[in-house]
Design a protein around this ligand. Structure first.
Ligand code: AVJ
Ligand code: FE
Length: 436
C-alpha cells in the first residue's frame, strides 16, 4: 500500500507541476517579447525575470537538492536571487532573453520529472522530499499570481480572457456572531503547509461579529461619497500620512468618468461593478473604511476562526466548507475567472456559521502583523518567512481569484506592506460583540 500511496503522490505532484507550468506559459505567451522584457511598474519584475526565477528555484530545490544532480546553469543563481536585486533594478540585469528563459525552464522541468520518477519517496523522508515538490508548486503559483498582477499593471489591448464568475445567491445575513472560546489555529498536519503556518496552537478569542461577505465596491463608494478620503478621523496616523503623500482618493485603477467611476481591468475599461468585492485597496484604506463604518478589520486569528472553526465539533477544518480540496463550486480561484465574483456568490463554499468567500475572490487584509506562531521553526530556509518577521508587514488571508488552489488553505498566510495596492486585495469588517 505504501507503493500505491507513493505512486499516487507522484501523480499528484506531476499534475500540480503541469498545471502550474501551463499557467506560467499562458501568462508569458500572451504578450510579445518586447512586453516580456519591459518593466510595467517599478513594483514588479519584468515577466521574463519571474519565468526564469521560477525555473531557477525549481533547479535549486529539486534538481540539485532533492535530485543531487549537477547544475543546469551554474552561472545565473545570483541574477535570479530575489534578495540580491530589488524589483526596480531587475530590467537592467543581463537576464536570459525570452527564448533562453523558455528553454531553461523546460530543461529544468525535464530533469525534475526524472527526479520525481526516480526518487524514493517512501518511508521517513516522504514528507520532506514530497514537501520540496509541494513548495516548488506553490512557489510557481505564487509567481503566477504576481505575473497576473503585472498583467493588470500593463498598458495595452486585452490579452487574457476568461468566463465571468457565478452570480450572487441569497444571503441570509450581512454579519454573524462568532462565539468566544478556544479554537485551534495553524496546522501541524497539512502536508504542504509552509513554515509560517506551523505548528497548530490554541487561541482563546472574545466573541465578535464578522461580515458574511467582503466589502463591495458599492459599499466602498459610499465611503468615498461621504468624504472618507478627506477626513483624518477615519485614518490611523501612518495611514493618513500615506493617504496625503500618495494623494489617495479611490482604489487603484479607478478613474472618474463624468459622474461615474470606471476602472480598467486587464485592458478592459468598464463601469465599476457595485456588487463585486472592492479590490486594489491598501491596508490603510481598508482600515479607514472599517472605522468609518463603525467597525474594524478582523485580526488574523478572527479571520481564521471564522474560516475554520466548526461549532458542532469544536474542530478546525481545512477550509470553510470542510476538509475537501477546493472545487469550482466552493471558491473563485486559479484565474478561472479574471475578476472576483459578486458578494454572496459561492454558497457551497460558506463556513458553518454562514461566512462566504473567505477563500478566493480577494485577499483580505487583517489587522495583524506578520509574526511567527509559538513554536515556529524556519523550514526549509530562513528566506521564505523568517526574514520578514519585522513587524512592518500586514497579514492577508484567503487568496484571490488569481491564487491557485495549491497555494491557499484555511491556514495559509500571506503578507505585504500596508501601502501596497497592486495585489488583488480587499477586506471584510468585524466588530466586538460587546458593543450595543
Ligand atoms: C508570500 C506572496 C509574499 O511573492 O513575495 C515568492 C512568495 N516567496 N518567492 C512573495 C514568494 C519567494 C511571497 N509572498
Ligand atoms: Fe520567488
Amino acid at each position: 500500500t505504501e507503493r500505491i500511496q507513493t505512486d499516487r503522490l507522484r501523480e499528484r505532484v506531476a499534475e500540480d507541476l503541469r498545471r502550474a507550468r501551463e499557467r506560467s506559459t499562458l501568462l508569458t505567451d500572451a504578450v510579445d517579447d518586447d512586453d516580456l522584457v519591459r518593466q510595467h511598474s517599478r513594483l514588479m519584475s519584468p515577466l521574463v525575470w519571474d519565468l526564469a526565477h521560477i525555473g531557477n528555484q525549481e533547479e535549486l530545490w529539486l534538481v540539485r537538492d532533492v535530485g543531487g544532480r549537477d547544475p543546469v546553469r551554474h552561472d545565473i543563481d545570483d541574477l535570479y536571487d530575489a534578495f540580491q536585486h530589488p524589483r526596480a533594478d531587475r530590467p537592467s540585469l543581463p537576464l536570459l532573453n525570452p527564448a533562453e528563459a523558455r528553454g531553461y525552464v523546460r530543461e529544468v522541468r525535464d530533469k525534475v520529472l526524472d527526479v520525481l520518477e526516480r526518487s524514493p519517496l517512501e518511508g521517513r523522508p516522504l514528507v520532506e522530499r514530497a514537501f520540496a515538490f509541494g513548495m516548488i508548486v506553490q512557489h510557481e503559483q505564487q509567481h503566477d499570481e504576481t505575473m497576473l498582477a503585472t498583467h493588470q499593471l500593463r498598458k495595452g489591448a486585452p490579452v487574457l480572457h476568461a468566463e465571468p464568475p457565478p452570480p450572487a445567491a441569497p444571503l441570509p445575513a450581512r454579519e454573524v456572531l462568532v462565539p468566544g472560546g478556544p479554537f485551534t489555529m495553524g496546522t501541524s498536519a497539512e502536508p504542504w503547509a509552509l513554515d509560517n503556518e506551523r505548528p497548530a496552537f490554541g487561541v482563546d478569542l472574545a466573541p465578535y461579529w464578522i461580515d458574511t461577505v467582503p466589502v463591495s465596491n458599492g459599499d466602498y463608494l459610499a465611503f468615498i461619497d461621504a468624504g472618507g478620503y478627506d477626513d483624518p478621523r477615519w485614518w490611523s496616523e501612518s495611514g493618513w500620512a500615506h493617504r496625503m503623500k500618495a494623494s489617495l482618493s479611490a482604489p487603484r485603477f479607478w478613474e472618474r468618468d463624468g459622474d461615474r467611476w470606471v476602472r480598467t481591468r486587464f485592458g478592459v475599461v468598464e463601469p465599476v461593478p457595485l456588487d463585486e468585492p472592492v479590490v486594489h485597496v491598501c491596508f490603510h484604506e481598508a482600515a479607514a473604511y472599517a472605522k468609518w463604518a463603525g467597525k474594524r478589520l478582523p485580526t488574523e486569528a478572527e479571520w481564521e476562526k471564522a474560516a475554520r472553526w466548526d461549532p458542532a465539533s469544536g474542530r478546525s477544518r481545512r477550509y470553510p466548507w470542510g476538509d475537501d480540496d477546493p472545487g469550482p463550486q466552493h471558491a473563485n480561484l486559479g484565474q478561472r475567472h479574471l475578476r472576483p465574483a459578486p458578494v454572496g456568490a459561492y454558497p457551497a463554499g460558506e463556513s458553518p456559521l454562514g461566512v462566504r468567500q473567505l477563500i478566493g475572490d480577494v485577499w483580505e487584509w487583517c489587522d495583524s502583523d506578520f509574526l511567527p506562531y509559538p513554536g515556529f521553526r524556519a523550514f526549509p530556509y530562513k528566506e521564505y518567512s523568517e526574514v520578514f518577521f519585522r513587524g512592518d508587514y500586514k497579514m492577508l488571508r484567503g487568496g484571490s481569484f488569481g491564487t491557485d488552489a495549491a497555494a491557499v488553505r484555511g491556514t495559509f498566510r500571506n503578507w505585504d506592506h500596508p501601502i501596497r495596492r497592486q495585489i488583488f486585495a480587499g477586506f471584510r469588517c468585524a466588530r466586538d460583540a460587546e458593543r450595543p
